[in-house]
Write a protein that binds this ligand. Structure first.
Ligand SMILES: [Zn+2]
Length: 87
């Protein structure tokens, strides 16, 4: 069981949350059109993040806010959680 620290509600059982997928890397600030392979990689592989993954979690059975969580996928240890403003 994960305990996710909601920035608004404090530590909560993961069952209060719905998983929202991997957080995508921010779009490049480069002023050019991405190639097809670059765009495909951005959409399908939102980050080859290894064992540390940035994820979206929605506090569906709580405050209703989206939380961005940095989690070690091997130990499930949550290293950071913060308000997600891009959702
Ligand atoms: Zn909450």
């Amino acid at each position: 069981m994960l305990v996710i620290n909601c920035p608004f509600c404090g530590p909560r059982d993961e069952r209060e949350f719905d998983y929202g997928g991997l957080a995508k890397a921010p779009r490049s600030k480069v002023e050019r059109v991405a190639s097809n392979s670059e765009w495909t990689a951005y959409l399908l592989h939102p980050g080859d993040q290894g064992r540390i993954a940035d994820e979206y979690w929605w506090h569906a059975r709580g405050c209703g806010e989206w939380v961005r969580v940095r989690r070690d996928t091997t130990t499930h240890r949550i290293e950071q959680s913060e308000v997600e403003s891009d959702r």
